[in-house]
Design a protein around this ligand. Structure first.
Ligand SMILES: [Zn+2]
Length: 297
């Protein structure tokens, strides 16, 4: 996915630094929109109307008090009207989105895959924070993510280059030279989706049979269908591995701090799958290459 089409400097004549500043501001604005999504989507509220309001006094927030990251700092983390504290989660989501956008641009560059990666990361951040707060991964995000992934896998081989999709280089896609590129790409998407969603579904089923509890929500399964379709089977396995690994570390930490040892600790696994997926999208190919260099003789 490191196929550079052009550079920002070639297009505009401005130094690359401007591109990073622009993408940071753009990311912060998207993060501001994500705050609305994270808050309203689980309650099935419109994300367009009404305007943002203070959660305490319900006074609508003026545009000049709604500047990503800055407004929260200027107002000292308080509502201008009622002085009630406003959660630092708002500027944190904005800052995180801005930094991730910078990271995506730095890693992927100015090419046709850049908007795809930014949309993927945006949807994943929404899923991570909604899962953290509500323990759900809403269909209104996971279904469009899957549809988007399939569409991209179909369109990109027709219009652009296929070098964005790393699974073209590996089995079984690298054996499909007789088929049109779009068919190969779509096959890779379905394979990745089935592996991502299917493997989680299987783990959930086995756990349900053994322990009699629903450990894995179907939201995780749907989410990984979409992730798998875009990333292909290898990077999807890596996403799940990274997710399970980080989830297990946090899980053990939480269980060790838990007083009542009999209580079931529910861990919103979507958070870790989301983090794993973003790492895979950005650094997956390097990680896989490094793994084979280090551990496979
Ligand atoms: Zn207020």
């Amino acid at each position: 996915m490191n196929f550079y089409l052009t550079t920002f400097e070639n297009v505009t004549g401005l130094p690359e630094l401007f591109a990073y500043i622009f993408i940071f501001i753009f990311g912060a604005a998207i993060g501001s929109f994500l705050n609305v999504v994270i808050h309203r989507v689980p309650n099935e509220e419109s994300i367009v109307f009404p305007n943002s309001a203070c959660p305490n006094c319900k006074k609508s927030i003026k545009p000049y008090d709604n500047i990503p990251i800055l407004s929260w700092m200027i107002l000292g983390g308080k509502c201008r009207n009622c002085k009630n504290p406003i959660s630092p989660r708002y500027p944190a989501v904005e800052l995180l989105t801005a930094l991730l956008f910078v990271l995506v641009f730095w890693q992927i560059g100015l090419n046709a895959f850049l908007p795809v990666a930014l949309i993927f990361v945006t949807a994943t951040i929404a899923l991570i924070f909604i899962d953290a707060e509500n323990m759900i991964l809403p269909n209104v995000i996971t279904y469009p993510l899957l549809a988007f992934a399939l569409l991209i896998r179909l369109i990109f081989p027709l219009v652009f280059d296929v070098s964005y999709f790393s699974d073209f280089k590996i089995f079984p896609l690298n054996q499909m030279g007789n088929y049109p590129l779009w068919a190969t790409s779509l096959f890779g998407a379905i394979l990745g989706g089935l592996l991502g969603g299917g493997s989680l579904w299987l783990v959930g089923e086995i756990w349900k049979r053994l322990r009699g509890v629903d450990a894995m929500g179907l939201g995780d399964v749907k989410m990984m269908f979409g992730v798998g379709a875009l990333l292909g089977w290898q990077l999807t396995l890596l996403s799940i591995f990274l997710g399970a690994f980080s989830g297990a570390i946090i899980g053990i930490f939480l269980i060790s701090r838990q007083k009542d040892k009999d209580m079931q600790t529910q861990i919103p696994f979507g958070i870790f799958l989301g983090i794993g997926s973003i790492i895979s999208l950005l650094f997956g190919e390097q990680l896989v290459r490094w793994y084979f260099l280090m551990f496979v003789p």
